[in-house]
Design a protein. Structure first.
Length: 184
């Protein structure tokens, strides 16, 4: 019995050792696979980061637009002047739609986006004590200075903006190079 086991062991060992190179992958195959995966990752990561930046800015831009529109609608509904206010905080951009004569402590601030920032160099809305504001009359038109709120993320060139471009209260959005154009 022991002799049979020993023969089987030797045969299996010879088979395994003779065919060892046919199992698994060679080092060259592994290196080629690793090189291809590295190339794919180097292409996909910047694209993914750009997509995430765009989504963050789109979300913040939509929040700014909706806040301005809410202040405009409230002004028409209540037949009184309302304003949309925006400020940068460590938590992100905060926005509020409130009556013009509201106490600063009574303003209901809402955080729009934690990844976006107000681009102070490109924003032309009226600024008072670190707060950007746009006022609407009881008829829904812009009271005072028209302008734009420009948003960015970090030091990137990707921007989003919301324009108030007429005394009637027309609001529109733009992105990147369109934000650099003058109000029209």
């Amino acid at each position: 019995m022991t002799l049979q086991l020993e023969r089987r062991y030797r045969r299996s060992r010879k088979f395994f050792c003779a065919n060892f190179n046919s199992y698994g992958f060679s080092q060259v195959e592994l290196l080629v696979t690793l090189a291809v995966m590295t190339l794919l990752v180097s292409i996909l990561v910047p694209s993914w980061l750009g997509l995430m930046t765009g989504q963050t800015l789109n979300h913040a831009q939509d929040g700014v637009f909706q806040t301005m529109r809410a202040a405009q609608v409230q002004a028409k509904t209540n037949h009184a002047a309302w304003q949309a206010s925006f400020r940068d905080t460590p938590q992100g951009i905060q926005a509020a739609a409130h009556p013009v004569n509201a106490e600063p402590t009574q303003i209901p601030w809402e955080t729009l986006s934690s990844g976006a920032q107000i681009d102070a160099a490109m924003t032309t809305l009226l600024q008072t004590a670190g707060t950007y504001q746009i006022r609407f009359t009881a008829q829904g038109g812009v009271s005072g200075q028209m302008g734009r709120m420009t948003l960015r993320r970090g030091d990137r060139t990707s921007r989003r903006c919301v324009f108030s471009s007429s005394l009637l209260g027309a609001l529109r959005t733009a992105r990147n190079e369109e934000c650099n154009r003058n109000l029209q």
